[in-house]
Design a protein around this ligand. Structure first.
Ligand code: GRG
Length: 296
């Protein structure tokens, strides 16, 4: 059984990497340095968890994978954009990402900012050009994903994260920040196939909605744990950077054991939500467990 899913992950990862490559402007097109930096930001590795969640949730609902490529690519481009900005000196000031120099280290700060700036409109133009659906679908996808990125989504979460350095937060406030900073885009990835499904029941929609919320928070708590217990060579970035920045994280505020326990609790709640969907949710169940058990 696990090998079966590992093969599927490899197939979908190869698929998204090809689609991303095709979606990005060729490095030879002027301005070449900007295009090179955009390609570096996106194609320099990465687990592709968000696209995998798009494909897995789409499979659950019986959506044609050719339609899923569009939200999968757009969401990964936005994720790559967020990592470039997150690594800048004005934010987390990181030199290493995915085992390679961060974009501002490989190029320069101005190029990194511009590459990220250009990835975002590329993502939305790809969504707007989706065909093979009614005209309302691309608009709904754009609405879902812009809300996940904006001031009450990822950008807002990043703002709270930066403001929280050196401060003590309640569990509720910390999880609110996580649900925005990391969870919002993961939630949008899981919900995007619902907009491409013709016969979605309210119950299945609610199940995916609840699953997406839980798994987004789990993803960030696991990221915090890896920042302490992971190996730099495996996670592709220095460990201990949260502590160096005095970040408000789950392990820093509540301890590593409480962090593990919360991951397990949220995972079991997330998996419980999928009971409604039944066996068709097997790929999502596998990905949820992978998110908690991963070492990178
Ligand atoms: C993009 C609209 C927009 C705003 C940017 C900078 C910023 C606002 C948000 C940063 C959000 C952020 C970096 C959250 C952390 C999420 C996280 C745990 C990232 C690591 O994701 P992985 O492990 O990375 O999936 P890989 O490298 O595998 O893709």
């Amino acid at each position: 059984m696990p090998e079966f899913f590992e093969d599927r992950v490899a197939t979908y990862t190869a698929r998204i990497n090809e689609r991303l490559d095709a979606a990005l402007p060729a490095a030879a097109i002027r301005p070449a340095r900007l295009h090179e930096a955009m390609r570096y930001a996106v194609l320099n590795g990465g687990k592709r968890v968000r696209p995998l969640l798009v494909y897995a949730a789409g499979e659950c609902l019986g959506v044609d994978p050719d339609l899923l490529d569009v939200p999968a690519v757009a969401i990964e481009l936005i994720h790559a954009f967020s990592l470039v900005h997150d690594d800048l000196p004005a934010m987390d000031n990181d030199d290493l990402r995915r085992g390679k120099p961060t974009v501002h280290k490989q190029y320069d700060e101005a190029t990194a900012i511009l590459a990220a700036d250009a990835l975002q409109p590329l993502a939305f133009s790809i969504l707007a050009k989706l065909d093979g659906t009614s005209a309302a679908v691309p608009i709904k996808l754009v609405q879902l994903i812009t809300e996940a990125c904006g001031s009450t989504g990822m950008t807002g979460g990043q703002s709270i994260d930066l403001d929280s350095e050196g401060r003590s937060l309640t569990v509720a406030d910390l999880e609110h920040m996580y649900s925005l900073k990391t969870g919002a885009l993961i939630h949008a990835a899981i919900l995007s196939p619902t907009l491409l499904c013709h016969d979605l029941s309210d119950a299945n929609n609610d199940a995916l909605d609840a699953f997406g919320r839980d798994i987004g928070i789990v993803f960030q708590i696991k990221d915090d744990i890896l920042d302490i217990e992971g190996e730099t060579q495996v996670i592709g970035k220095p460990t201990g950077s949260d502590q160096a920045l005095n970040k408000a994280t789950y392990p820093a505020l509540f301890g590593i054991e409480a962090s593990r326990a919360r991951c397990d609790e949220l995972l079991s709640q997330a998996l419980g939500n999928l009971d409604q969907i039944g066996t068709a949710a097997a790929p999502l169940r596998w990905l949820a467990r992978y998110i908690v058990e991963r070492s990178q």
